[in-house]
Design a protein around this ligand. Structure first.
Ligand code: P1T
Length: 386
């Protein structure tokens, strides 16, 4: 698969989606068939069995690969399934270096699934890139990061860390869920693999759980293709279709997410009762300069700390009316949540504290509702806490 040079706005609508040859259907057909007829034993026409490959999934995989500027895309039944499938490239005795701030479920995979299988992970704050170098051992086989991180919205320098990893022959995996390829293209910056929870911005409508991996590394792609089929954590054709449909509006959605989140972050930063706002688009954010260099927009996620600990945060979240109190992010609707109690509860409290996920931290996923309505909702909920 050649890397497609058309603009992202065009790729989001067309990549991997030629009109169907049998009926010239413009929208990708949903091919539900689990199996495909063979003319002779062992000679399939194109597809064989829908775990190993399916036309609707193939269209989605091609579209995702094109958007990330990679040669090979792989779709999975969830972001966690994509992560674990990739982690199956490791063997007992191997070592992973991960950014210290990751989705709670990703931490759980490293800590509760990989560790008992003999793979140790060292978590480091990669804002200081020398820490990555220092953590590398003779057993290190993979470097993993989220940037922006979930939930603290820290940024790591993909180009610098990719160069360090490359120097040691290590693949760098970037979980690009918070940015989406509209705002950040890790492969162009030297990453080996991009991972997504397509549940989030990629699908954008909170009606699918899915995941993806994209790479241009031929050897790794072959291994992932094997593991995708062997492990079988694949998405349904119906879900692939929904994600393809969601992708068509990714560029316009992301532009609005960034615009509204930038506006709300600035207003929250000056609001009474708010101790700190974490949004990389704010000049006060410690990684603001990196955001400007590495991203085409600061994204739609904001996290903030309220004055006074866990109780005001609880009351604030319960008082919101337009922001729905729920896990997940990246949909058209605004969501709010409490990482310590919800998405990152699987991280032990002492680790959360060390990383900086306090009990007063609240995370917002800014949706596409009218921004004044969203501000009124936030302002009213803040006032109810004071
Ligand atoms: O939920 P799933 O599709 O399995 O994806 C896991 C995942 C991976 N990476 C990042 C950065 C994520 O945010 C997630 C899922 N996160 C949430 C459900 C959440 O509310 O943060």
């Amino acid at each position: 698969m050649a890397v497609d040079s058309r603009s992202l706005d065009t790729l989001a609508i067309h990549a991997g989606q030629e009109p169907d040859p049998s009926h010239a259907a413009v929208m990708q057909p949903i091919v539900l068939s689990s199996t495909f007829a063979q003319a002779e034993p062992g000679v399939p026409k194109r597809f064989e069995y829908s775990r190993s490959g399916n036309p609707t999934r193939e269209a989605l995989e091609a579209c995702l690969a094109a958007l990330e500027g990679g040669r090979h895309g792989f779709a999975f039944g969830s972001g966690s399934a994509a992560t674990l499938t990739l982690l199956h490239t490791l063997r007992p005795g191997d070592h992973v270096i991960s950014g210290d701030d990751v989705y709670g479920g990703t931490f759980r995979l490293f800590d509760k699934v990989l560790k008992p299988m003999g793979v140790e992970t060292t978590f480091v704050d990669m804002r200081e890139v020398t820490r990555v170098e220092q953590a590398i051992t003779a057993k290190t086989r993979l470097v993993w990061m989220e940037t922006p991180t979930n939930p603290l919205l820290k940024l790591f320098d993909i180009r610098k860390i990719a160069a360090i990893a490359k120097g040691k022959g290590l693949p760098l995996v970037v979980d690009n869920t918070f940015a989406s390829p509209m705002l950040q293209r890790p492969l162009e910056l030297g990453a080996t693999v991009v991972m997504h929870s397509t549940t989030k911005y990629i699908n954008g409508h909170s009606d699918v759980v899915g995941g993806a991996l994209v790479t241009s590394d031929e050897t790794l792609a072959e291994r992932i293709r094997f593991l995708q089929n062997a492990i079988g954590a694949v998405p349904s054709p119906m879900d692939c279709y929904l994600v393809l449909r969601g992708l068509k509006t990714l560029p316009v959605r992301m532009r609005q997410h960034v615009k509204s989140a930038s506006d709300l972050a600035a207003r929250l930063a000056g609001a009474k009762g708010v101790r700190v706002v974490h949004y990389p688009g704010l000049p006060s954010h410690p990684d603001h300069a990196l955001c400007q260099a590495q991203m085409a927009g600061a994204g739609g996620m904001i996290s903030l700390e309220l004055d006074g600990g866990i109780e005001p945060s609880r009351r604030f979240l319960s008082a919101l009316r337009i922001f729905t109190l729920a896990e997940s992010l990246g949909g058209v609707e605004s969501l709010a949540e409490h990482p310590a109690i919800m998405t990152h509860a699987s991280i032990p409290p002492e680790v959360r504290r060390r990383v900086g996920i306090s009990d007063s931290l609240v995370r917002l996923s800014v949706g596409l509702e009218d921004v004044e309505d969203l501000w009124n909702d936030l302002e009213r909920a803040l006032a109810s806490v004071r």
